[in-house]
Design a protein around this ligand. Structure first.
Ligand code: RP5
Length: 169
């Protein structure tokens, strides 16, 4: 985590049990040198903490929020209802989730007017990347880092394809 710097991104999750999934978002932010904060904020167990977190987020300097939850996953949507910051939702396949669809649909099917950018089930890595891309829209250096990351990914696929085609049939 980037210490001593004003966090630009906030990662919140409904339970400590979401951490193994949500850690991937933190890893990406760290990789791109984005100062971030990470916290447990439960929409159901600590609703007032969620309100306080979301309503103070912009003033505290955050510019994007990643929110992960499982089962009846209300944290991303409720956070989005309480702030004008972009909220990226991560559906978590948790112990109380039937098959993951409950979390996906709870986060995805938001009413008009309150968007949550929902990533795939357990896709906290993509949530981290999307947060970096949002922050990069007004940061040319960060934008260049994203371009380099994409080029690296493409080069890896090219190399894998080359090695695959070298094999004996
Ligand atoms: C949700 O319930 C949390 O986000 C978590 O995914 C799930 C289970 O929480 P625990 O019972 O493991 O604390 O609110």
């Amino acid at each position: 985590m980037q210490q001593n710097q004003q966090p630009l991104a906030g990662i919140i999750m409904g339970s400590n049990s979401d951490l193994p999934v949500m850690q991937a978002a933190a890893d990406v932010l760290q990789q791109f040198d984005i100062p971030f904060e990470i916290d447990i904020v439960s929409a159901h167990r600590t609703p007032l903490r969620m309100v306080q977190y979301a309503q103070s987020a912009y003033e505290r300097g955050l510019r994007v929020i990643i929110a992960g939850a499982g089962g009846a996953a209300h944290l991303p949507g409720m956070t989005a209802s309480l702030t004008a910051l972009p909220v990226i939702g991560v559906p978590v396949k948790s112990s109380n989730s039937i098959d993951g669809w409950d979390s996906v649909l709870s986060i995805l099917q938001m009413p008009n007017g309150v968007p949550v950018a929902t990533v795939a089930l357990n896709a906290a890595k993509n949530a981290g990347l999307l947060a970096v891309q949002i922050l990069a829209t007004n940061n040319p250096k960060l934008y260049d880092k994203i371009i380099a990351y994409k080029a690296q990914q493409a080069a890896l696929v090219e190399e894998q394809a080359r090695l695959l085609n070298l094999r004996e049939p």
